[in-house]
Design a protein. Sequence first.
Length: 133
Amino acid sequence: MLYNLGIWIVGVMLLSPAFVLSLAGLRIGRFYVSRRIHKRDKFFYLTALLAASVSTLTYLCYWGWRLCELYRITVPFIVLLNLDRSIYVCRFVSALAVVGLLIGRGPCRVLVVLATLWVMFQLWAHGGVIHWA
């Protein structure tokens, strides 16, 4: 029973960046209607939120690939190649997203920065998917 609880905790922890970004995306409309925000700050936040979403999508694809490996599901090589290249790109995209989130103003900014830092750490820590011989 403790093993199942541990699996659920890890699953929620791995999916938490997607939950945080979804929450921030849902609250954008009310946040900008109720406050006067400079267009530059709004632009930086929305651009950073988009970049963080792209990085999170790559992060979720990486963990989906790891799950496929666990159950011995074969993923086509072209998909692995695209995932490998997108991990390299999204490392820098997530870093730019953190900078944009720190400059801009929007809903749940601290949570989104923490979630993006988590995604950035995961993308940097878990290198490429394809190991060349």
